[in-house]
Ligand binder design. Sequence first.
Ligand code: NAP
Length: 247
Amino acid sequence: MSKKNTVLITGASRGIGKAIAKIFAQNGYDLYLCCKNNIETLTDYGKELSEKYGITAVTTVCDVSFEADVISMFKTISNSSIGYPEVVINNAGIAWYGLLSDMTADEWHKMIGTNLDSVFYMSKNAIPHMVRNGHGKIINITSVWGQVGASCEVAYSASKGGVNSFTKALAKELAPSGIQVNAIACGAIDTEMNSSHLSEDELSELTSEIPADRLGTPEEVAELAFNLVQSPAYLTGQIITLDGAWI
Ligand code: NAP
């Protein structure tokens, strides 16, 4: 039996990561899925995708903001039957809303650790296998705030701006090895990240500012991520905006 392609997706227990897992499973990829907290939900979801699409889904707890957790996940991967991932999607992320002057240093470090340091840890561990194979794809899920900045989301904007620069720089470093590195800069996507902190009135005010007149869906981000994996390796170092013409 020929080996299936494998994708590793961080933060797959809900929202965008969950939708990305589904589209790759539908297309016959084996999956490594991780999250920090909701492992039971993630494991049930992995089983559902395996049964429905005839793929293997390995689910694990990994706090991507801790290098030791990421190293340990890659050790598990090296011993697993489905092998190293050809595609790595750095999706796990958190938000924090408020004035920068009210943010504690711990909150700042948690934000930068989860949204930016994680992308370094994941890439560092994924790259050696990709280089040996002469191909690989890294997709970082980032935000329009990383391009233009948002009031009351300074740390978030800084973390995503960091991921954008990281993406462009790493693409230059890895293009000679045939490895593609791109990012999807999302606008407002309909997930818990927004619904958990915005009232209905605030959501409708936000929607009215978006020319497409609606929030994006996790499935649209997933479709773009899958299309990027199908794209020629020459398409690399790009920050592709998916925001309904908002920004
Ligand atoms: P979400 O619904 O809040 O889901 C976040 C996911 O990340 C969950 O699966 C969560 O799992 C996981 N996670 C959080 N911290 C983690 C950690 N330290 N280690 C491992 N997993 C962790 O968010 P979303 O809206 O789908 O966002 C996904 C990505 O898109 C994020 O990077 C976000 O910044 C970006 N984005 C979202 C929007 C939007 O409007 N929704 C816009 C722009 C960019 P557990 O809680 O189970 O650990």
